[in-house]
Write a protein that binds this ligand. Structure first.
Ligand SMILES: NC(=O)c1ccc[n+]([C@@H]2O[C@H](COP(=O)([O-])OP(=O)(O)OC[C@H]3O[C@@H](n4cnc5c(N)ncnc54)[C@H](O)[C@@H]3O)[C@@H](O)[C@H]2O)c1
Length: 244
């Protein structure tokens, strides 16, 4: 049997990058997937490619009303919500002195407040469905330091995961965080040149960056019933970077 047979999943920020890879994998494993993103063009194109088990809903993850709409559209199209992958996020590569208050508040809103809104909005739907799985995408910078703003929000996602897991255990909902290292997505490929990525790869224990599909393997496990006894935990997929 497919590993997500009968499940309905919402994946935020899934028009491209890792989110799109998770959507493709989830569909292959029998799920119905709601692709949400600000990027309507790419989101619609992916949903069309994936067929009748995929739906695109335009979504700004910082907006509580948008979240309500995403859950309503999901229930309308597919009847319930079993899985939420809080994947949407942005990076910010500046020093503290270069970072403006506006930039700082923006990254907190997109990377952190969004995860709170997502968890809060899906709990009642998952309770109706009899339980569920919430997978929060943090980063290796939720384990060890990186840039200001990015590190802070990714640590917050790790902490929020643990707090939410304690409460959600009463509702049959698991909540876990995923901590990718350096993954070849537009986020990285647009910020760094090929030469910079090659140079950086030398410092990764496994000597390469990962492909998005390698993170999807882990997210799939956490979305499935195979991981029912794991909650409030962090799952690292970083080629050994945080073990150094
Ligand atoms: N790529 C990496 O190396 C890496 C490493 C660790 C963690 N991550 C995390 O993984 C997640 C996915 O990253 P990616 O590399 O695939 O990034 P990406 O930039 O390729 O894709 C992110 C998607 O999120 C969407 N998005 C941004 N702001 C949004 C908003 N306000 N509302 C809705 N959608 C929004 C974008 O439109 C985009 O489609 C992020 O949370 C990121 O921080 C990435």
């Amino acid at each position: 049997m497919a590993r997500l047979e009968g499940k309905v999943a919402i994946i935020t920020g899934s028009a491209q990058g890792m989110g799109a890879s998770h959507a493709r994998r989830f569909i292959k494993e029998g799920a119905k997937v709601v692709i949400t993103d600000l990027n309507e063009e790419k989101g619609k194109a992916l949903a069309a490619e994936l067929g009748e088990n995929a739906l695109f809903v335009k979504h700004n993850v910082t907006n509580a009303e948008d979240w309500k709409n995403v859950v309503e559209e999901t229930e309308k199209a597919f009847g319930k919500v079993d899985v939420l992958v809080n994947n949407a996020g942005i990076s910010l590569n500046k020093s503290i002195l270069e970072t403006t208050e506006v930039e700082y508040r923006r990254i907190v809103d997109i990377n952190q407040v969004s995860v709170f809104l997502g968890i809060k909005t899906v709990i009642p739907a998952m309770q109706k469905a009899g339980g569920g799985s919430i997978v929060n995408i943090s980063s290796m910078n939720g384990i060890v330091a990186g840039a200001i703003g990015y590190t802070d929000t990714k640590f917050a996602v790790r902490g929020m995961t643990k707090a939410a897991a304690m409460e959600c255990a009463n509702y049959g909902i698991t909540v876990n965080s995923v901590h990718p290292g350096v993954i070849a997505t537009p986020m990285i490929l647009q910020a760094d040149s090929k030469a910079e990525i090659e140079e950086f790869s030398k410092h990764i224990p496994v000597k390469r960056v990962a492909q998005p599909e390698e993170v999807s393997n882990l997210v799939l496990y956490l979305a499935s019933d195979e991981s029912n006894y794991s909650t409030g935990s962090e799952f690292i997929v970083d080629g050994g970077l945080t073990a150094m």
